[in-house]
Design a protein around this ligand. Sequence first.
Ligand code: PEP
Ligand code: MG
Length: 323
Amino acid sequence: ERSKLKRLVTGRSRTLDGEEIELHANIELPQDAESARDVGADGVGLFRTEFLFMNRDELPGEDEQFEAYRSVVKALAGKPVTIRTLDIGADKEARALRDRAGNRAAPNPALGLRAIRFCLAEPQLFLAQLRAILRASHYGKVRLLIPMLAHAVEIEQTLSLIELAKMQLRESRHKFDMLEVGGMIEIPAAALSLGPFLRRLDFLSIGTNDLIQYTLAIDRTDGSVAHLYDPLHPAVLKLISQTIQSAQRVGMPVAVCGEMAGDPKLTKLLLGMGLRQFSMHPTQLLEVKQQVMMSDATQLAVRVARLLKLDEPEKISEQLERL
Ligand code: PEP
Ligand code: MG
């Protein structure tokens, strides 16, 4: 079984009816880039940079971050690397930011000053990261991904800070390339009101882990309600499929980078929703590729459209089995 999976590494990620499906890797630390390469990923679809800030007492400075980002960009040798800006707070704590970021002591950390909210409240820290990412863009294909966006004004403020970071780099004579800027769709409000995202950004990436948490009001870290954390809840499926379809209508690239993208039992469902870009933990990639190669995208589109009309969990699971 393992050697069969190994042969899949070089196999083309294409459906039976000829649709090319991009399979990217999620990474947490620079050394993970190797696992991405080992499984033949098309790129890094999600680099969770907050891990550079966690489990240490001091914050990484601009130069240290630049080195880390560049090492991943170089390891990927021209394949795209999607670097997500600091997504700290709630389930991801950094000691050095404890008194600043939406931490466990906040009244409700998952709803607090986390991720992009925190970065916009700490522009100097955010600018240092943006400069580090921009500088790394000179060494390959870098895409910038912003977590936890909900408001149009957050998009505008972020884009302004990116322009400011570029200006600062020009002044200090650092090289950088133009990069695409994308937003994570992981708050229901964003999925339900995509207009500003589609107009102002270059790509979208759906974070199903948080999208499920916020849609169902289930704390993703709370074991006592884990049985209610359901990726197949019809409301969750609706938000995901509508986001994919709205993006595709205007020709905007859209990926899924939450855990759902790495679950081979859900590959056909996502393909049927129209998804063509998946990003997942490297250990999941070959199994998902195997599913892709056994799928007929045209047929799945019809079947999944039917499944999405259902609102009874038993019927949804039953249809899922038959895809
Ligand atoms: C997500 O929320 O689905 C996601 C990919 O980001 P994270 O798990 O890091 O919050
Ligand atoms: Mg998230």
